[in-house]
Design a protein around this ligand. Structure first.
Ligand code: NAI
Length: 475
């Protein structure tokens, strides 16, 4: 007889493993099925984020930043480094260790919370009495049944039509994290989040990086003023970003890749690179899930169709994270996961899409929450803006990192914070204060009146809030 569970979670990424843990915490007999393998064939739960996304990219960003500091900035601090060398194999091995620590951490959390883990691929078999039968194939081969199913199968990198990833010279986010020698010339198609993060890593390690972006504007989703500031910094670092391009034929040669492209003026160009990273977005992953076996509906993009509560068209089948609508962000998946587990338990799980923070881990980092100035203008909302540059922040000067600013947007009449945008040092950490403030529907004056530690980067947040009322103290 098939093993029976209250909740079966398909996928062990940030959406899946968090859903499983929360469901188990709420007293459900829970299973999680995940097929990701490490290089020894063992389980590697954590999905794209842990294995080939957020975690390894941040490990490499940190390492490459140290390398750049040692080579270019230590001297400013009176530290002389002689004979600086890069041991890329060691850097990559460290990244792999960080990934493994996270994989093992998730397996430990499953044990701690009594989640039954199956290492294999799950697919829908049929509707069964009181729920659904799920077929597990791979290291574990069996049929299990669950009263509730949560699908959290994530997304895959989108390839250019007719140019499949070979992960040797044409790379997705996966191959981009495993390049074995620093490419002399690196090409990137798409100046989105992955393109900029990966471009930053390899530029710091010594690659000459060219980014080809189809859109005429740089980082269209980011507040325009912040995007301009970021672009200035990237230009200064020597990251070549070509906007408004049309990518043509891509040819793989013995030594590298040749990309034919047309610039914004319509002139034909050619880019020869050793490696090409294609980062033009991601597609929802339902490969091997067999949604047809139970009549689970997908939308025209191949995402699982859900309502605002993550309910699919089938009773007691839920879906969260990259495989459904909304931003493809690990923390969005986690929030949906917790909310779904709580809804299954009859509670009122809730996700506030307006307070989901965004972070791009480049140097300088870019982070924001809420509305951009261009969105407010388009919606006809009357607002006040306040900015404060890190140049005028004592801690930033001491750090030697004064690029960028904090920007507040508040309602003109009520002063409620509508958006906060940061480009600069530790933007990824600083944005949390803004998320808390917006979640509590704070006004910019609330932040301006809160005591912030001195000297700290967070004082720039307070000063930007003061700037909304045109009364900065340090600028
Ligand atoms: P993206 O959607 O961020 O950017 C793709 C870029 O490629 C866009 O600017 C688009 O205009 C451009 N593009 C599309 N087709 C093109 C073409 N044929 N030629 C030239 N340019 C083209 O996608 P990306 O960077 O692949 O990231 C995928 C997802 O992963 C995103 O949804 C992102 O949210 C998520 N992610 C988030 C991270 C974070 O939060 N720090 C880090 C990495 C990824």
């Amino acid at each position: 007889m098939a093993k029976q569970f209250d909740v079966i979670v398909i996928g062990g990424g940030p959406g899946g493993y968090i859903a499983a843990i929360r469901a188990a915490q709420l007293g459900f007999n829970t299973a999680c099925v995940d097929e990701w393998k490490n290089d020894k064939g063992g389980p590697a739960p954590g999905g794209t984020c842990t294995n080939v996304g957020c975690i390894p990219s941040k490990a490499l960003l940190q390492s490459s930043e140290h390398f750049e500091h040692a080579g270019k900035h230590f001297a400013d601090h009176g530290i002389e480094v002689k004979g600086l060398t890069l041991q890329l194999d060691k850097m990559l091995a460290r990244k792999d260790t960080v990934v493994k620590q996270n994989n093992d951490g998730i397996l430990f959390l499953f044990k701690k919370n009594k989640v039954t883990f199956f290492h294999g691929r799950a697919s829908f078999a049929k509707a069964a009495e009181g729920g659904y039968e799920i077929k597990v194939t791979g290291a574990a081969e069996e049929a299990i049944t669950g009263k509730h199913i949560i699908v959290a199968t994530g997304s895959n990198a989108r390839a250019l039509p007719g140019v499949p990833f070979d992960e040797e010279s044409i790379l997705s986010n996966d191959g981009a994290l495993r390049i074995q020698g620093v490419p002399k010339k690196l090409g990137l198609i798409g100046s989105g989040v992955i393109g900029l993060e990966m471009g930053s890593v390899w530029r710091r390690l010594g690659s000459e990086v060219t980014v080809l972006e189809a859109l005429p504007t740089f980082l269209g989703a980011v507040d325009e003023q912040i995007a301009r500031e970021a672009k200035k910094a990237f230009d200064k670092q020597g990251l070549k970003i070509e906007l408004g391009v049309k990518v043509g034929e891509i040819k793989k040669g013995k030594k590298g890749v040749s990309v034919a492209w047309t610039n914004a003026k319509g002139e034909a160009q050619k880019l020869d690179v050793d490696k090409l990273i294609v980062s033009i977005g991601r597609v929802p992953n339902t490969v091997g899930l067999d949604p047809e076996a139970v009549g689970l509906k997908l939308d025209e993009r191949g995402a699982i169709l859900v309502d605002d509560q993550c309910r699919t068209n089938l009773p007691n089948v839920w879906a969260v994270g990259d495989v459904v609508r909304g931003p493809m962000l690990a923390h969005k998946a986690e929030e949906e996961a917790v909310a779904v587990a709580e809804r299954i338990a009859g509670q009122h799980g809730h996700v506030n899409f307006n307070t989901i923070p965004w972070v791009i881990y480049t140097s300088p980092e870019i982070a924001w929450v809420g509305q951009t100035e261009q969105q407010l203008k388009a919606a006809g909302v009357k607002y006040k803006a306040g900015t404060f540059p890190f140049m005028a922040n004592g801690r930033a000067r001491a750090l030697g990192d004064t690029t960028g600013m904090v920007k507040f947007l508040a309602d003109a009449a009520t002063d409620e914070i509508l958006g906060v945008h940061i480009v600069g040092p530790m933007a990824s950490e600083l944005i949390s204060e803004a998320v808390v403030a917006m979640e509590f529907r704070a006004s910019s004056e609330d932040i301006a009146r809160i005591c912030h530690a001195h000297p700290s980067l967070s004082e720039a947040t307070k000063e930007a809030a003061l700037a909304v009322d045109k009364r900065t103290l340090n600028f």
